[in-house]
Design a protein around this ligand. Sequence first.
Ligand code: COA
Length: 164
Amino acid sequence: MRIIAVYPGSFDPPTNGHLDIIERSSRMFARVVVAVALNIRKNVLFPPAERVRMLRRLTRRWGNVEVDSFRGLLVDYARGREARVLVRGLRAISDFEYEFQMAHMNKKLAPEIDTVMLMTGEQHSYISSNIVKEIAMFGGKIDDLVPPVVRDLVFNKMKGAKGK
Ligand code: COA
């Protein structure tokens, strides 16, 4: 069976932890659609088009990975893409409650779609996009947390923001 999986998130910005999940999912599923959520309750640094552009650049080495964005309910988007699986990364126990609730709610909304949780690689388990942004804001090193292209874009954005 050729299973299509959707890996949703805000990706503001994409981190090494996200890429770890994308790479491993690309080996498990026929097609992985990385889906940038447009309607999120978060203050974002990068507009959606920039997050999509970054992810496309970072994932072009995997032939079965595609990057898209979506608005509205995740399950509606997944259905439109004929996906049978939603992929989420679990970093620590603290992620579990939120992911558990989301997985059950999505299952209730779309019983034919399953959520597959992947344990985030140990070395990435403490990364979050907000922590990356906070470290960068105070001039700290983020080289081990994000790919070089993302590091440069984050620092450029910060410089732009400070210049205003
Ligand atoms: N490595 C490193 N960091 C990771 C990670 C990994 N493998 N997986 C998640 N994270 C981090 C993210 O960077 C993010 O950090 P931040 O909070 O500092 O920004 C945090 O964990 C969680 O973000 P993310 O995985 O992007 O999820 P989200 O909570 O921002 O997005 C959606 C959740 C978009 C999937 C969800 O809100 C959604 O489906 N929305 C659509 C509307 C809908 O259908 N709602 C009903 C849901 S039941």
